[in-house]
Design a protein around this ligand. Structure first.
Ligand SMILES: Nc1nc2c(ncn2[C@@H]2O[C@H](COP(=O)(O)OP(=O)(O)OP(=O)(O)O)[C@@H](O)[C@H]2O)c(=O)[nH]1
Ligand SMILES: [Mg+2]
Length: 414
C-alpha cells in the first residue's frame, strides 16, 4: 500500500532531518530510519504546527483558540495573570493614547489632568481588584472627545486594537469578583517574546504548537522553530494595510507581512510543508475600510481586475483545483472605497502573486482563510482549526504505516 500523499508523504518524511536543536524530534518516525535504536512501536508521534507572521497578526490568539478546542485549560495562575494583563492593557492603552495627543496636534483639557496623573504609574498587584478610584478617572478620559479622536486616529500611532472591546467591558473588569472569561482572554494582548511551545493531544496524538514573536527583533529566533514541521499557519492582519509597525513608524504592516511571506512561501526549506494563509481581524477590517480607503495606502487597488483574472487563470491551470472556490477569491472587481469583499480579494491576490509558479497548489499545500480570530464560535475559525487537525491526522496515518513496516521488519521470519 502506498503511503498517503501530502505533508506526510514518504519522500518528505525521509527529508525530515533535524536542522536545529531545542525542539521535539520526529526523526525516530522516519520510515527510512530503521537503524534508530530508540524507535519503538508504542512511540506516539508528534505533529508540529508553527504559527508565523508579523507582530499583532493573531498568532497567539489562534494558539489560545487551539488550547480551548483541545481542552488545555488555563491554570489558576494563568487566569490571574490574564486578569492583571487586562488591567495592564486598559491602563497602558490609555497611557499610549494620552502620549499620542501631542503628535496628533490634540490637547487634553486641564480638567482631566488629575485623571491623567492618577493612571500615570501603576501596576495591579497580585490578587488585588482593579482600584475603584481608577474607574471614574479612566471612564472620564475614555469618553472625552479628544481621547476619542486620538483613538480614531490610532492607526497613525500604532495603538493597540483591543481598546474598544476592553472599554466596552470596563464595568465588569472593575467588579471585585472579576475573572476573565475565554472571550476576554482572546482579546487580551501580550507581545510574545522568544518562542512558546504548547503540546496538545489531538485524537490521542501529541501535537506541538510553536508560537513565535512577530516583532522585528524576534524574527532572528524563528529559525530555531523551522525543523520537522507538519503545517505552518501564516497570519496576516487585514487591518495592517493602514497601520504602521510599533517598532518602525515608517513601515506599513501589510507591506511588512508581504515581505515576510515572500521569503516563507517560496523557501526551499518549506517546499513540501502545507501552509494555511490566514487573514485575521476580518471584523475590524470591515469597520476600518469604511473610513480608510485601501487606495490611499495601496494605490493600485483600483486597477487590479486584469491582474486578478490573470492570477485566476494561472491557478485554474493546475489540474487539482477544478472545483476550487478560487474564482470567488480572485474574481475581477470594480473596487469602491468601502468595498470589503474587494479589499479582501485585493490583499489575497497580492499574497498569491508572490507565490512562484509551480511552488504551491491551492487547496493542496496552500489554503487561504479569512477569519476573526477572537470569535470562537465563528465557522471560519473552526474551519481553520479543523483544517490544521486534518494535517496532524495525516501524520498519524503515516506513522501507523511506519509502525506496521517497523513491526514487520522486526518480526522473525518463519
Ligand atoms: N478584533 C479582533 N482582534 C484580534 C483578532 N486577531 C487578533 N486580535 C487581537 O490582536 C491583538 C494581537 O493578537 P496576538 O494574537 O497577540 O498577536 P501575535 O501575532 O501573537 O503578536 P506578537 O506576539 O507580538 O507577534 C490581541 O489583542 C488580539 O485579541 C481578530 O481577528 N479580531
Ligand atoms: Mg504572540
Amino acid at each position: 500500500m502506498d503511503p498517503p500523499k501530502g505533508p506526510g508523504s514518504s519522500t518528505q518524511w525521509a527529508l525530515r532531518i533535524p536542522l536545529v536543536d531545542g525542539v521535539k524530534r520526529l526523526t525516530h518516525l522516519s520510515i527510512h530510519d530503521t537503524s534508530s535504536s530508540d524507535r519503538t512501536t508504542d512511540k506516539i508521534p508528534t505533529a508540529k504546527i508553527l504559527l508565523l507572521g508579523a507582530a499583532d497578526s493573531g498568532k497567539s490568539t489562534i494558539l489560545k483558540q487551539m488550547r480551548m478546542k483541545y481542552n488545555v485549560s488555563f491554570s489558576s495562575s494563568e487566569i490571574e495573570a490574564y486578569r492583571r494583563l487586562a488591567f495592564d492593557n486598559v491602563i497602558q492603552g490609555m497611557r499610549l493614547l494620552l502620549a499620542s495627543l501631542s503628535s496628533l496636534g490634540l490637547n487634553l483639557p486641564d480638567a482631566l489632568r488629575p485623571a491623567e496623573a492618577l493612571i500615570a504609574a501603576t501596576n495591579l498587584r497580585h490578587d488585588t481588584p482593579f482600584p475603584a478610584d481608577f474607574s471614574d478617572a479612566i471612564i472620564a478620559l475614555w469618553n472625552h472627545s479628544t481621547v476619542q479622536e486620538a483613538r480614531r486616529r490610532g492607526r497613525e500611532t500604532a495603538l493597540q486594537e483591543n481598546l474598544p472591546y476592553l472599554y466596552a467591558n470596563l464595568s465588569r473588569f472593575f467588579s471585585p469578583s472579576f475573572i476573565p472569561t475565554h472571550r476576554d482572554i482572546l482579546h487580551l494582548h501580550e507581545r510574545t517574546i522568544g518562542t512558546t511551545e504548547t503540546t496538545l493531544i489531538v485524537n490521542g496524538m501529541d501535537t506541538l504548537v510553536v508560537d513565535v514573536g512577530g516583532a522585528i527583533s524576534e524574527r532572528r529566533k524563528w529559525i530555531d522553530a523551522f525543523a520537522d514541521l507538519t503545517v505552518i499557519i501564516y497570519t496576516v492582519s487585514l487591518t495592517g494595510y493602514s497601520r504602521f509597525l510599533v517598532e518602525d513608524p515608517f513601515r506599513n504592516q501589510m507591506q511588512d507581512s508581504l515581505l515576510i511571506w515572500d521569503s516563507i512561501c517560496n523557501a526551499g526549506w518549506f517546499r513540501r510543508i502545507p501552509i494555511i494563509l490566514c487573514f485575521t481581524k476580518n471584523d475590524l477590517f470591515e469597520q476600518e475600510i469604511q473610513h480608510s480607503n485601501v487606495a490611499n495606502w495601496f494605490p493600485d487597488f483600483q486597477a487590479t481586475a486584469g491582474d486578478a483574472a490573470a492570477r485566476r487563470d494561472f491557478f485554474l491551470f493546475e489540474e487539482e483545483i477544478q472545483h476550487s472556490d478560487v474564482a470567488n477569491w480572485l474574481r475581477g472587481f470594480q473596487a469602491a472605497p468601502g468595498d470589503t469583499a474587494a479589499g479582501r480579494d485585493y490583499f489575497i491576490n497580492r499574497f498569491l502573486a508572490l507565490v512562484k509558479i509551480g511552488r504551491r497548489v491551492l487547496d493542496e499545500d496552500l489554503y487561504i482563510r479569512v477569519i476573526t480570530a477572537t470569535d470562537a464560535d465563528a465557522e471560519t475559525m473552526k474551519e481553520v482549526l479543523d483544517l490544521a487537525e486534518g494535517m496532524y491526522c495525516r501524520v498519524r496515518i503515516l506513522n501507523s504505516v511506519a509502525t506496521r513496516i517497523d513491526t514487520a521488519l522486526r518480526s522473525p521470519i518463519h
